[in-house]
Structures are given as C-alpha cells and as structure tokens.
Design a protein around this ligand. Structure first.
Ligand code: SRM
Ligand code: SF4
Length: 638
C-alpha cells in the first residue's frame, strides 16, 4: 500500500507565505542576499523566511515616532530540546546579550532562550556564536517543528524521565530542517561541530513509510513548502504535566514496563491555543488521545502525523492552518485512519494513565544519583541585573565556577543539575550575594505559578502590556485576597498581550488576555494542573477596574467553595451564570468585612430588570454599573 503524497498545496489559492517558501530555494533567498546589504531591516519576504532561521524582525515600540523610521531590532530564539542548555552555550548567550542585545536573556514558555534588541549588522555574528557554542536557532520559529519539550527534572533514578529527554532530542533531530541554507548564510558554509545524530534517527528520516517522504528533495520530510504552520511536540512521562501537554500539536507519553524499561508511547494530538478576538472560527483546543505505539514504531508514527498535517493541513488560510483545525474538522477517527495509512499499520489502543499534575521542580532537590539539582524561579523568564537584584550575574558566576548544565522549564525558570553536594554552600553564597533566592517557599505563590508573555515593547502583535504589567497586577490581586480574608489562597494566573496565547493563558485558573488598550479579556475556570480549558468571562476589563470586578467573584469563592477546592475548579463547578448572578447583587465590603453603607434609590421595575440583566451578562455588580453610567451622565452635563 504505497501512497504517493498529495500535492501539499490545496486546490484553493495558497497563502502568500506558501509562495515565499516555494521561491526561497529551501530558506535561502532573499535572506542570503539581504543579510549582506547595509540596511537596518529586511524586506517583508525575507522577514517571513528569517523566522525559520530563528529570528524575528521587531522594533522597539516604546521608541516609535511618527514620520521616523522604526527602531528596528531582531529577536533571536534558541532551540533546546528538553530545555538543555550546555554551560558553554549559556556563557555564549550571556555574552551576546551584553555585546549585541539588550543585556537580558529571556527563558521562554517552550524551554528556549530569547535574545532581544540585536541590530541587523550583528545578527550574523550572534547566530554564528550560538552555533559555534553548541546551540542552534534553526527552526526555533517558522512553519516547521518547533522546540521539542520534555519535563526538565533530571531524575537519574527514574528511567522514564531519561527516556523523555532522549526521545525529545531524537524527535527534534528527526524533524530538523535539512537545508544547507542555515550554515551557508550564518557560517559561510561551514557546518559546525554538533553532537552525532543517533543512526536510528538518521535512517528513520529517510525511510519511506507509505508517502511520508518526499523523494529527491532537499527536505525529505517537509518538502519545498515545509509545514502549513508551526508544529509543536512534547514528550512527557505519565503524571507529569510540567510541559502543558494538552496544548501541543503532538504529545508523546513514555510508557514503561514493570522493570521500568521503555515499551512505547501514548499519543495525544490536536492541541493548540492561538486564536483571534471576535473570530469564533479560531479557538483554543486541548489535544485528544489518539492511541499507543511500540517504541520501535515511534519515529514512523511521528512522521505519519507530520505527513498528515503537511499534506492535509490548510495552506490557504493561516488562521485555520494548525493541526488542531484539521482534527477538529475531520474528527479523531478520520485523522487516526489517515495517520494509519501513512504509518502502514493500526495504531493500538491508548494505555491508561494516572492523573497529570503540574510540577515546577524549584529549590534544592536530590536527583537520584547522589548529586543535586536546583530550580531557580525567574519572574516571567527575564534574566537581568537590576539594582541589587543581579540574577544575570549570579547565573553566569554559577556556570563559570561549576560548569553546570541547565534545563529550562516550560514555566520560564531554570534548573541547574549534576551539582556535587559539597558545592551547594558556594552556590547559595553566589545567589545570596546577588540578591537571588533559592527557597521556593519564600516566593509569593501567585508569582511562583504565574507567567506572562513579553508583549510590549518588542512584540509586534501586542495589544496590551503583559510582562511589564503582571507584577503590579499580581500585587493588586494579593492585596485584594488579603483584604477579603483569603490570605492563604493562590492560583495559576497567566497573562498575554494578545490572544495568540504565548504564555498559555487558556489553561490558567485566571487569565488576562489583551483585548484593547489597557484592557483584558478575562478567562476563568482552568485547573491548577492545566488539564482543562478555561472560558472567557468578560471581553474587556480595564485594568483600573480589576479590584471592583474580581472582589465579588473572590467573595463568592470564599463563601461557596468546597473544602480545599481551588479557584479554577470552583469557577468551573459553579459556572459563569451563578458567578454573574452573585456579582450582580453583590454589595462591596469594607476592610473589616462589613458592607459599606449605601444610599438607596428606587428604580422602575423594568429599569431594574434591565440593569440586572446587563450586570449579569457583564459579570459586574449593579452598583458599579449604575455608578459608571451616572459618572458619564454627570460628565456630559458639565
Ligand atoms: Fe508565541 C507569535 C513569543 C510560545 C502562540 N510568539 C509570537 C511572536 C513571535 C510574535 C510575532 O509573531 O511577531 C512573539 C515574540 C515576542 C517577543 O517580543 O519576544 C512570541 N511565544 C513567544 C514566547 C517567547 C513567549 C514567552 O513568554 O516565552 C514563547 C516562545 C516559545 C519558544 O521557545 O519556542 C512563545 N507562542 C507560544 C506558545 C506556547 C507554547 O508553544 O507552548 C503559544 C501557544 C501554543 C500554540 O502554539 O498553539 C504561542 N505565538 C503564538 C501564536 C499563535 C499561533 C496560532 O496557532 O495561532 C503567534 C502568532 C502567529 O504564529 O501568527 C505567536
Ligand atoms: Fe506577542 Fe501576543 Fe505572543 Fe504576547 S501572546 S508575545 S503579545 S504574540
């Protein structure tokens, strides 16, 4: 049953980016020509291709001035399967940030690092330095397999964690771009020395399973047009959701036997979070269980899933191009049947799994072989020096002195591992000298579990602030919780500057998604372990109204929660109608918990009913609505 792959371009008109890829000679032009030109920025076609090389053209939006050229700069993103950053690479990145960048490094939500603020004239040196120091940016962005995630915990006595690392690396290698463009452009054609690829992976890449390969092509797996859109994979172990497994295009879960030997992998597919406000046809979606394959088949099944998306994914509308839409439109059964056609055999039944829990692996831990690992929390992933808080210097000194490898976490933190126990004190000393804590219980838990995307000033798609706004928002939420007698309460808060979902807000218990200047769409009801989708509660909440809006919801939670029920679970259980109804008739409390005295005004029945209806639909207290309306009325009078 050998099937030749259908044309990757559907009969409808392909999107513009498909043409750019087709004419690029496998990601070479026009980047190769334009990098040699003495300009501050690239043309639009080159910008699209540059993404495949791991770079985004951006401008500092704080510096935009009417009539003047934008303050062009470049973001570089590294690809680190399983979050691995060797010490040599870390030191190189730290140096590039100072020499060419904005003096910060940013740990991302997919276990990579980003550098911001690099000028075009320095881009080539920056990329070459990364590659010559065991790193890569190839395929960190663009329509291709992105960084493959895995739980960052270095448990040496739990083989399933080691398998997750091994297969994250091998699948990253399997699906890496084969074009020579990267080395030609950034390293003048010299191939850098990199770790030897597993021969099994090399063979698997070339193996033709029923049309998974495009013959006589520089890119045997991707072909001339690469993927219709970005493609995201993680490998995890049963019960460990430190990787947000439901948000990925493809998730593999390591399955071992009683002797802890690798047997195979459970497969989930079709997760994805990006959406657009006001466009119902775009949505966040959780991955579905697809089935199980034995370990010897894993590369073939990964290729079969990639080929299915490559050949049937929508190449005409980039808003509908992710695998999640194909699975949504087809249904899981049709998708599985198509994958089986490329795979050449049946996918077995999904194996039972325990409940998935979120772990952040912070603080000092035994790694199971006598050595230690240390997870350090980084607020929103931003590694910087600021006043007496010298995180960047501290991390650099640790790497310089102890030559430790790093695993980046999917929660924008870092883990140092393979630490000799007798180095612990000296590492603690470096951290404390630079004002950095190593004790997770001392971190405000709202901050510990929160994430925000970069947004302004670097992200061209940001509608609102995110990374710069979240510290203030979390502080205000903490103050409010304390005022309401919820001092011990905390939950997962995530924020993004637009609906693309880079900090995975739709899996949080409380999420802020930029929807208009200074305003956020609010999502409620995700679970503490990110196993359920949250739902949008209000479209636009101005950040000034945060306290008055959240107070009734928190009070309702306090009054009606079940014992130990988390905030997200509570919102999901009681439902938005009940929350809105409670909020609509809520009277704000004073600091001592008593209701503030209010003046009463009588309203006509129909006005009252209308007011109640609007208050419920907006989830705002009636008093707040009336106050807002009257304020506008009085303003108009004066
Ligand atoms: Fe993202 C685009 C930052 C993880 C969904 N993302 C962007 C860009 C490149 C903006 C742009 O296109 O111009 C952002 C650069 C901002 C800046 O100034 O640096 C950006 N995304 C990030 C990072 C750095 C956020 C962070 O806080 O760490 C993450 C980098 C991860 C990495 O190392 O590879 C990042 N982005 C994600 C995730 C989460 C994940 O992958 O686990 C998502 C949601 C999951 C998903 O893909 O479904 C995500 N980013 C998007 C989307 C929407 C995709 C979609 O399907 O609609 C865009 C926009 C696009 O692709 O058109 C986007
Ligand atoms: Fe930019 Fe939006 Fe992603 Fe935030 S969520 S980094 S604003 S694309």
């Amino acid at each position: 049953m050998v099937k030749s792959a259908p044309s990757p371009i559907a009969s409808r008109k392909p999107s513009k980016v498909e043409g750019i890829k087709e004419n690029s000679n496998f990601l070479r032009e026009p980047v190769a020509t334009e990098i040699l030109q003495d300009t501050t920025h690239f043309t639009e076609n080159a910008v699209q291709l540059l993404k495949f090389h791991g770079s985004y053209q951006q401008d500092n939006r704080d510096n935009r001035t009417k009539g003047q050229e934008k303050d062009y700069q470049f973001m570089l993103r590294t690809k680190n399967p399983g979050g691995l950053v060797p010490p040599q690479l870390y030191l190189a990145l730290d140096k590039i940030a100072d020499e060419y960048g904005n003096h910060t490094l940013r740990a991302t939500t997919r276990q990579g690092f980003q550098l911001h603020g690099i000028l075009k004239k320095n881009l080539k040196s920056a990329i070459a330095t990364i590659v010559n120091n065991l790193g890569s940016t190839l395929g960190a962005c663009g329509d291709i397999n992105r960084n493959v995630m895995a739980p960052p915990a270095p448990f040496k006595n739990r083989p399933e964690y080691q398998y997750a690392w091994e297969y994250a690396q091998n699948i990253a290698d399997l699906l890496s771009a084969q074009t020579g463009a990267y080395y030609e452009i950034w390293l003048d054609g010299e191939k850098a020395i990199s770790a030897e690829e597993d021969p099994e992976v090399k063979a698997a890449r070339q193996r033709n399973g029923n049309g998974t390969i495009i013959h006589d092509n520089e890119e045997p797996i991707y072909g001339t047009h690469y993927m219709p859109r970005k493609f995201k994979i993680c490998v995890t172990v049963p019960g460990d959701n430190s990787v947000d497994l439901y948000s990925q295009d493809l998730t593999l879960v390591v399955i071992t036997n009683k002797k802890k030997q690798l047997e195979g992998f459970n497969i989930f597919a079709g997760g994805g979070l990006g959406r657009t406000h006001g466009k119902e046809e775009t949505f966040a979606r959780l991955a579905d269980p697809i089935g199980y394959v034995a370990k010897d088949d894993v590369y073939n099944v990964v290729k079969a899933i990639v080929a299915t998306q490559r050949d049937y994914g929508d190449r005409t509308d980039r808003r509908h191009a992710r695998l999640k839409y194909l699975i949504h439109d087809w249904g899981v059964d049709k998708f599985r049947t198509q994958v089986e056609e490329y795979f050449g055999k049946a996918i077995e039944a999904f194996k039972p799994l325990p409940e998935f829990k979120y772990h952040d692996f912070l603080g000092w831990n035994e790694q199971g072989d006598g050595k230690l690992f240390l997870g350090i929390s980084i607020d929103n992933g931003r590694v910087k020096d600021e006043g007496s808080f010298q995180l960047k210097t501290a991390l650099r000194e640790i790497v310089e002195q102890f030559n430790l490898p790093i695993r980046l976490t999917s929660n924008q933190n870092v883990i140092f591992y393979d630490i000799e126990p007798d180095s612990k004190e000296a590492i603690q000393d470096i951290l404390s000298r630079h004002g950095v804590g190593d004790e997770p219980s001392k971190i405000e838990p709202l901050v510990r579990y929160a994430m925000a995307c970069p947004a302004l000033p670097t992200c061209g798609l940001a509608i609102t602030e995110s990374e710069r706004a979240i510290p203030g928002i979390l502080e205000r939420i903490r103050t409010l919780l304390d005022k309401l007698g919820l001092q011990k309460e905390h939950f997962v808060v995530r924020m993004t500057g637009c609906p693309n979902g880079c900090a995975r807000p739709y899996l949080a218990e409380l999420a802020f998604v930029g929807s208009a200047p200074e305003s956020y769409q609010l999502w409620l009801g995700g679970s503490p372990n990110q196993t359920r989708l949250a739902q949008p509660y209000i479209e636009k909440l101005h950040h000034n109204d945060l306290e008055s809006f959240l107070e009734p919801i928190f009070v309702y939670f306090k009054k009606s929660r079940k014992s130990k029920e988390s905030f997200g679970d509570f919102c999901d259980r009681v439902g938005f109608d009940a929350i809105r109804e409670f909020a609509a008739s809520y009277e704000p409390q004073t600091a001592n918990g008593a209701n503030k005295s209010r003046h009463r005004v009588n309203l006509k029945e129909e006005v009252y009913s209308k007011l109640k209806e609007v208050a419920e639909s907006q989830g705002k207290p009636m008093t707040q609505l009336v106050t807002e309306a009257l304020e506008v009325y009085f303003q108009n009078l004066s």
